[in-house]
Design a protein. Structure first.
Length: 293
């Protein structure tokens, strides 16, 4: 039935007398059969009926099909195993991760498909899931590739269980890089002779370390929200502005010889190293390393 299509109506008596004709009309649009002038029954085509009830499938069948479609579309690798720890099914992501078609994986022992699996604690957790229905979630290295970390979830199921794999190697690399940067920042602070300023794209100082405050002869709070160029002598401001503009335009770190004006009015020769701070969408400003010359 087309949206907004008005059904036709016929009395029960007329319907009985002309059943063949009315049946043909009902194949084109719904037919309402009335009884004593009131709508009582509706005759529709088989195709319309199947559209109404979802093609004749039971609700449980439609739900199972929907769940299967979700598993097929997941980026995470999903491996279904039977109670003998053999692969019962895999989703496309698992097939890609293991670099083998599903037809070659189904029926194989899980230990044969995962090079770093046999004899590990994860193997023990899998057996506990299969025998005692215990869940497990954790990060495991070297399961598929050496030194590559995977987030592993073991979920008990009626057939045995499922192993879900998510690659977290890039996350660990990012964390390691962040740790290295924090260690470098700590080393700069311990050194005590290197000034550091974090500035916005408008050149305002958002943060300064104690070493920079000591070079200027003031405290850290006094430097916040001051334009960095205010710390430079007039003759050095243009060169700094050009270097900062080039940094924001190209993203390439740069350095230049400059000077700081101290609280007492003295000029302190320094070298400035400028590195851009960039978010996913735009520049957030820069970090400036100040080294006395």
């Amino acid at each position: 039935m087309e949206p907004g299509q008005e059904p036709q109506r016929v009395s029960a008596a007329e319907f009985i007398r002309g059943f063949g004709s009315w049946r043909m009309q009902a194949s084109r649009k719904p037919l309402v059969v009335t009884h004593h002038g009131k709508d009582a029954h509706v005759l529709i085509s088989l195709a319309d009926y199947r559209r109404l009830d979802g093609g004749g499938e039971a609700p449980g069948d439609r739900l199972a099909a929907s769940q299967a479609a979700i598993v097929e579309s997941l980026r995470d690798a999903v491996i279904f195993v039977d109670r003998g720890a053999r692969i019962a099914a895999v989703n496309p992501a698992a097939s890609d991760r293991l670099e083998a078609p599903a037809s070659a994986l189904v029926g194989c022992e899980l230990a044969a498909a995962l090079p770093g699996f046999a004899g590990t604690m994860l193997h023990a957790h899998l057996l506990r899931m299969l025998h005692h229905r215990e869940r497990f979630s954790g990060e495991v290295p070297g399961l598929i590739e050496p030194r590559r970390w995977m987030q592993v979830d073991l979920v008990p199921l009626a057939i045995g269980g499922a192993m879900m794999l998510r690659d977290t190697g890039d996350t660990w690399a990012t964390l390691a890089e962040q740790d290295a940067r924090r260690a470098l920042a700590d080393a700069v602070e311990i050194d005590g002779a290197l000034g550091v300023a974090r500035i916005s794209v408008r050149e305002q100082v958002e943060a300064a370390n104690p070493a920079l405050a000591a070079l200027v002869g003031t405290d850290e709070a006094a430097l916040r929200r001051v334009r960095f160029t205010a710390l430079l002598p007039l003759g050095a401001r243009q060169a700094f502005g050009e270097a900062l503009e080039t940094l924001f335009r190209t993203g390439t770190p740069t350095r230049l010889d400059s000077a700081l004006v101290t609280r007492d009015g003295d000029t302190l020769p320094v070298r400035l190293a400028l590195v851009e701070r960039r978010s996913a969408y735009a520049s957030d400003g820069a970090v400036i390393l100040v080294t006395p010359r």
